[in-house]
Design a protein around this ligand. Sequence first.
Ligand SMILES: Nc1nc2c(c(=O)[nH]1)N[C@H]1C(S)=C(S)[C@@H](COP(=O)(O)O)O[C@H]1N2
Ligand SMILES: [Mo]
Length: 325
Amino acid sequence: MLIKRSPNGIELPFSSEITPRAVYEGRRDFIRQLAVGAIGSAALMEMAQREAFAQGVRPKLAGKLNPSYSALDKPTPYKDATSYNNFYEFGTDKSEPAMYAGTLKTHPWTVSIEGEVKKPVTLDLDSLLKLAPLEERVYRLRCVEGWSMVIPWVGYSFSELMKKVEPTSNAKYVEFISLADKKQMPGVGSRVLDWPYTEGLRIDEAAHPLALLTLGMYGEVLPNQNGAPVRMVLPWKYGFKSAKSIVKIRFVREQPRTSWNLSAPNEYGFYSNVNPEVDHPRWSQASERRIGEDGFLARKRKTLMFNGYADVAPLYAGMDLKKFY
Ligand SMILES: Nc1nc2c(c(=O)[nH]1)N[C@H]1C(S)=C(S)[C@@H](COP(=O)(O)O)O[C@H]1N2
Ligand SMILES: [Mo]
């Protein structure tokens, strides 16, 4: 892939590789045609260039669409996906991350990978971007609060990173740790959660190809409020499992403690797979509201087991998912 360097050091693909954001704004047929290869690269390039001019310079980050891992649901409008967020480091109100995350410095950034691995390493952003080919995957993300979004993420399977660091046979779980810097993150002064924000997965869950190490969305680098510069996206789990702005990844022997589980263990379990049959103690999980579809005529959607990602079911064979919620 041809690469050029932007002023802030983020590597930009050439414009011919830009997937224009307009593609996502309601042009479902376009995405579908892309998936079946019916649109040639010349048409794409023309659209991309037109779009780039219309938008001005932005940090683009293109990935090759992975149709087998992409939902056909209509993607959530960009402005909704970037203005209705949970990122408690910047406040507990949905509108606060968009207002306050501008202070987050995402460059330079490093992620240290440590613990039960043969090759511990600290990776900077450039190394993360080059670690594996970037893919675009349109995933549904379902928040435990009862709303969902559909976002075209850019990244690669977390298993690519596992290949690089080589977990030892002692590595049974993976811990994801977000940045917690009071100077950049006004919410870290509050006591709503134990900082840093920490999440975890069983090692086989982390190795599942759907688990996406994510660097961008809508053909651009991640906006700060969505977890720049690097986050996880685990589409079959409630949104809070997908930690944002990750600085440390630790391979460990024991099931790690996680922020939400520590704060309310009876409400938020370690697994937190999307499961319409297991209600939250304070509300039903049987249906959801799709962000961007609200309003008078908006219908509620049925929540699907594993958020519709049935591929992951074998990970939980024989487990009582009411007990391991
Ligand atoms: N570090 C960190 N990661 C986080 C959160 C958070 O508060 N801090 N919120 C989680 C929750 S509850 C959800 S629903 C998703 C929201 O991701 P989005 O804003 O990109 O849609 O991020 C998750 N990751
Ligand atoms: Mo959430």
